[in-house]
Design a protein around this ligand. Structure first.
Ligand code: AMP
Length: 500
């Protein structure tokens, strides 16, 4: 199958070729013909599958004919975060080079004036986060009754962020004859309901979760005490294998503190989290993309879906509370056929969180530990029963203190067998989760066995890999809980504020 088989125009085929794509990804092969046929579509797909091009490409052809009118966008793409909205806009620019289409990006954190001027001139494609769109709609700056094509992207993330009431409101303002495309990594109940209500006889396509299937990402978990995490991270980062790394933390305070601490220790790092204004977020991302810094400490909301080439390592400084975030985090590496490594730091308190991740992914994430010879057991790609690759010794380029510790390490048995009853589907619907909230109480899991040894000993007694430094506050504790409504991503529309 090639792109020409999908009925794309000559102009688009040239743009696709210029982008360097030789063949469509599975979601593109399935979605593009359906979108050309004007069908409504539900696509269950993650970032990394090529899903953006699967709707942007046919949209460009659909919009190629027709006239734009002031304040009446002809199509609308809803994205949960500013970064994703910008990424989709970049895709439009890339694939639309040979077309005369006008696009506007409505996101918070940037001046409204330019956005309104653009709308006044008439746009073919409006890419927006729900909050800013609602804001402009409320001010009468925009009319949605000329919008014949709607894309709701990352619908489950919209749900997590409280945007569903806004989306319902927006859907009601669009013509009922429109075509609607809904993309979501998972299909929790409220998203199904949304689809039932606002899509008409939709076609359904579902892609495998790329992160779990991606054999290019070698995954491992590392047992460590809460206080030993920073030293452990720095040891890893000093390894010469690490060229470019994203480090994820659960709380924005941890992101800030960790970045400061890395900079103090001489690392070229920066940070991105939802408390930063949009220009700063863009500037930091840009520095990372250009290679001015090689370590980006990030929160989930700010970094979700970011497509940055050449990230060699992902470190989950905190085990994510929400297992879906694990998939999104590790998916920042191993992109576009490159190899990547993903390490998850697991403290005794994280036992349940890591079990939830393993249940969702269907993978027993191998334990990374030191062999008696000081060699590191490499993480294995894909996590299933594949050949264990030998990594470069993890100690290379690290501090001498570390090598003195090595002989004391016990080899940990790597789990080889996938858990037969696990699958990537059938997980419980995710609870709404916000970046800066304290860890919620979790329901006991039904049939999910606790992570089996390597550590035949209880996690709580597992020694940290790195000697514990003097007691120090981790910065990811209570101080980050903030006032009610303090939220470092977009403010949900139901709070009655501008979302961004
Ligand atoms: P997405 O799932 O939309 O986040 O896309 C993930 C990455 O795949 C992006 O870097 C795209 O540029 C890239 N991509 C999209 N379609 C193709 C294709 N047909 N062949 C190769 N790479 C692609």
């Amino acid at each position: 199958m090639n792109f020409a088989d999908l009925g794309l125009s000559e102009e688009l085929l040239r743009a696709v070729e210029a982008a360097g794509y030789t063949e469509p990804t599975p979601i593109q092969a399935q979605a593009i013909p359906l979108i050309h046929m004007m069908k409504d579509l539900i696509a269950v797909a993650q970032t990394g599958t090529g899903k953006t091009a699967s709707f942007v490409l046919p949209m460009i052809d659909v919009l190629a004919s027709g006239r734009r009118r002031a304040r009446m966008p002809r199509s609308l793409i809803l994205e949960p975060t500013r970064e994703l909205a910008m990424q989709v806009a970049e895709n439009f620019e890339k694939y639309g080079v040979n077309h005369d289409l006008s696009m506007a990006l409505l996101i918070g954190g940037v001046q409204m004036g330019d956005q309104v001027r653009r709308l006044d001139e008439g746009v073919d494609v409006l890419i927006a986060t729900p909050g800013r769109l609602m804001d402009l709609f409320g001010r009468g700056k925009i009319m949605l009754n000329g919008c014949e094509l709607l894309v709701i992207d990352e619908a489950d993330r919209m749900l997590d962020m409280g945007f569903i009431p806004d989306i319902e409101f927006i859907c009601e303002k669009l013509p009922t004859t429109r075509q609607t495309l809904l993309f979501s990594a998972t299909m929790p109940g409220p998203i199904k309901k949304l689809a039932d209500r606002f899509l008409s006889n939709p076609r359904y396509i579902e892609m495998a979760r790329p992160a779990t299937a991606n054999i290019n990402i070698a995954q491992a978990k590392v047992h460590v005490s809460a206080r030993g995490k920073r030293d452990l991270l720095m040891d890893f980062l000093r390894s010469e294998e690490v060229t470019t790394a994203m480090v994820f933390a659960n709380r924005k305070t941890t992101v800030r503190d960790l970045n400061k601490s890395l900079q103090r220790s001489g690392f070229a790092s920066s940070e991105i989290h939802g408390d930063m204004d949009q220009p700063s977020r863009m500037a930091e991302l840009d520095r990372f993309k250009k290679g001015e810094v090689n370590i980006l400490v990030a929160s989930d909301v700010a970094a979700r879906g970011l497509d940055i080439k050449g990230v060699s390592h992902v470190f989950n400084f905190d085990t994510p509370w929400h297992p879906d975030d694990y998939i999104h985090r590790i998916g920042r590496t191993g992109r576009a056929g490159a190899k990547g490594q993903a390490f998850t730091f697991v403290t005794p308190e994280d036992a349940e969180a890591i079990a939830n991740v393993e249940k969702l992914t269907g993978i027993d994430i191998p334990l990374f530990t030191m062999s008696p010879t000081g060699e590191a057991e490499a993480p294995r790609s894909g996590g299933r029963a594949e050949a264990v690759e030998r990594a470069e010794p993890a100690s290379r380029g690290r501090g001498g203190r570390r090598s003195e510790e090595k002989p004391r390490r016990q080899p940990a048995a790597l789990e080889q067998e996938p858990r037969p009853e696990r699958g990537s589907r059938g997980r419980p619907a995710p609870e709404p989760m916000r970046e800066s909230e304290p860890k919620p109480e979790r329901q006991p899991r039904a049939a999910a066995p606790a992570p089996t040894p390597p550590a035949a000993r209880p996690l709580a007694s597992a020694p940290p890999l790195v000697p514990t430094p003097a007691p120090r506050r981790e910065g990811d504790g209570e101080e980050d809980r903030g006032a009610p409504g303090e939220w470092n991503g977009p403010v949900p529309g139901f709070l009655g504020k501008s979302a961004l």
